[in-house]
Design a protein around this ligand. Sequence first.
Ligand code: ATP
Ligand code: MG
Length: 262
Amino acid sequence: MTLTSSRPVAESALDVHLSGVGQRFGTHQVLTDVDLTVPAGEIVSILGPSGCGKSTLLRAVAGLDSPTNGNVTIGEQPVSGLDPRCGVGFQEPRLLPWRTVRANVELGLPRGTAKSDGATRVTELLRLVGLTSHANNRPREISGGMAQRASLARALARRPSVLLLDEPFGALDALTRLNMQELLLHVHAAHPSTVLLVTHDVDEALRLSDRIVMLGRDGDSPTAPASVTGIHEVPGDRPRQDDDPEILALRHRLLAQLGVHA
Ligand SMILES: Nc1ncnc2c1ncn2[C@@H]1O[C@H](COP(=O)(O)OP(=O)(O)OP(=O)(O)O)[C@@H](O)[C@H]1O
Ligand SMILES: [Mg+2]
């Protein structure tokens, strides 16, 4: 594998490659001709108007749905069916209410993990996301931000080559959201896997990602198929300054593409 970057990359981080991906549900063509390569170890955000197919795209990479056209490969191997190389975090934490936080995180361990290895890994992840003292609580006893952290730890438990996050911080208050963004960068520094992050939030995308992929529809109709309309490299290294003129200029362009004239 050739890497063009000097960034640390987890041994297991893999490129994600989409080629001519299309997704149709019945007669509704949601995505068409999506071509995208995400280099191993990068954090890439996916932005686009509501309903344009961002979650659909993520589901195709995870192998939760198989696309009607084209193909997805991770590393050298095609994705077919739920892919064990991916860890997925959803907008809502989706924890099992009757299980403790620790037991929920354990659910993310790959099948066949030796008991003692699994216990060590879960202990380490709980520490990483700051939930050690809540390991034995049930989901109803913890806050929304804590539940989201538990969900992130569960996604990381399989040591994914590719971490897929679908608006993971969307439901959180502004302060918790900032803390979670910090946590994601911390986690990525510790385990630099390839991250695809769907977000509605331009500032979040600018803060976190190496590259921003814009999905958009061809035409004004809300049912027109969407495709990649732009890929923007985010200037500078993290942590980024919100008031950097280059970042501000890109922010302006992205908002304009989303139809927001700030
Ligand atoms: N399983 C499915 N069956 C039928 N239609 C679907 C299915 N999944 C998604 N769609 C349709 O595909 C389109 C894109 O949905 P998707 O959830 O991917 O959008 P999104 O960009 O993630 O939107 P949002 O920003 O609101 O989360 C929508 O019109 C949705 O109704
Ligand atoms: Mg969505």
